[in-house]
Design a protein around this ligand. Structure first.
Ligand code: UD1
Ligand code: UDP
Length: 347
């Protein structure tokens, strides 16, 4: 009988990653797609199901927003009966969100083996909710799919060597999922290829500290030319609360879909971000990337000179002026989905 895989997703980057695997998975196994409801706005959730080869979720838990405890707890509560009813052979989780941890923990407690895509990444900063989520998920997982050798080495340092494989970065393959928007599409935002900077900022450590968010806005305001900023609702909520006014050069737009996001990255002069996925995509497309964080999990981007860390927002303009990020295209991993699916159905 075909293997049954229960996939748990809930946040924007997970819809993209799951779209890479879902079609391949459904050719050889039964997939039950569970959407926790962590992201629920049309432009953070529905748009990706409309744009990407990702089926409508079989189960929608509708958890929504809350504190970490409320959100994760509610997911656990609602996942339990679904896993018990479906009796999957594996629960498959992606990345490092609260949906990832809830999926892994619910499964492990019900003695269903867990497979983790994007295993072994570490910031070694436990103040990040994502670090807690990924460490715990890796320690619960029986199959760990690493994007690069350094991630497998990091797992080994924690004593995790069984079930680990280096398959490449699933986000690389996502680029081939749908055609990117052409450069002419930028005109709908009043932009021209090479004539703007792209900013995305949504991490808790950048948004929830009002002074730091204000420093980021000031820094973006000093960059030449327009800065287009598809704004995550978390960031918008913080700015609304603070009653902040943005400098004239910053153009806030609603979060965009995936082919639009790729076009914005590809044609930007440079990208300023705290997003994991946007870092990867900038590196792949050869666009210089400035990371508004004190560390990144993606060590290969730093080593390759694709990206530089800018821990202090006030240093952004100087880092850019000295051209610290080289913006050479990175070669894409291939066969990632095929490797994961083939391993999972034989495991
Ligand atoms: C989450 C992940 C983060 C990931 C990001 C991808 C955790 C701990 N964080 O962060 O790792 O990089 O998703 O985008 O899992 N909100 C809305 N509409 C929505 C969703 C959220 O308005 O559809 C607002 C709510 O005010 C909510 C806030 O955004 O409280 C934060 O949402 P949440 O899902 O908790 O975390 P993200 O910041 O999206
Ligand atoms: N993205 C998108 N629309 C946007 C901003 C980002 O489609 O307005 C895409 C981006 O290209 C990448 C993924 O979303 O593929 C990254 O998600 P996000 O930054 O929310 O989360 P992270 O990767 O940091 O967990």
């Amino acid at each position: 009988m075909a293997r049954k895989i229960l996939t748990v997703v809930g946040a924007r980057p997970q819809f993209i990653k799951a779209a890479v695997l879902s079609a391949a998975l459904r050719q050889v196994a039964t997939e039950v797609l569970v959407h926790t409801g962590q992201h629920y706005d049309q432009n953070l959730s529905r748009v990706f199901f409309d744009q990407l080869p990702l089926p409508t979720p079989d189960v929608a838990l509708g958890v929504g927003s809350g504190t970490h405890g409320e959100q994760t707890g509610e997911m656990l509560k609602r996942l339990d009966p679904v896993i018990q009813r479906e009796q999957p052979d594996w629960v498959l989780v992606y990345g490092d969100t609260n949906s990832t941890l809830a999926g892994a923990l619910a499964a492990a407690k019900l003695q269903v083996p867990v497979a983790h895509v994007e295993a072994g990444l570490r910031s070694y900063n436990r103040a990040m909710p994502e670090e807690v989520n990924r460490v715990l998920t890796d320690h619960l997982a029986a199959r760990l799919y690493c994007p690069a050798p350094f991630a497998a080495r990091q797992l080994a340092l924690e004593g995790i060597t069984q079930g680990v494989s280096v398959v490449g970065d699933v986000m690389d393959e996502a680029l081939a999922l749908v055609p990117e928007r052409p450069a002419s599409w930028l005109g709908t935002l009043g932009l021209q290829a090479g004539g703007y900077h792209l900013a995305t900022v949504h991490r808790q450590e950048n948004t929830d500290d009002g002074r730091r968010l204000a420093a980021i806005i000031t820094a973006l305001g000093t960059l030449p030319g327009p800065v287009v900023w598809p704004m995550h609702p978390r960031t918008r909520a913080r700015l609304d609360q603070a009653g902040s006014h943005l400098p004239a050069g910053i153009r806030v737009v609603e979060p965009v879909g995936y082919p639009e996001s790729l076009a914005l990255i590809r044609h930007a002069r440079a990208v300023v971000t705290d997003s994991g996925g946007v870092q990867r995509e900038a590196g792949l497309l050869g666009v210089p990337c400035y990371i508004l964080r004190t560390e990144t999990e993606w060590l290969d981007l730093l080593e390759g000179g694709h990206a530089v860390l800018v821990p202090e927002p006030g240093d952004l303009a100087a880092a850019m002026a000295s051209g610290q990020a080289r913006g050479q295209a990175r070669s894409a991993a291939t066969g990632v989905a095929a490797a994961i699916v083939s391993d999972l159905i034989q495991a």
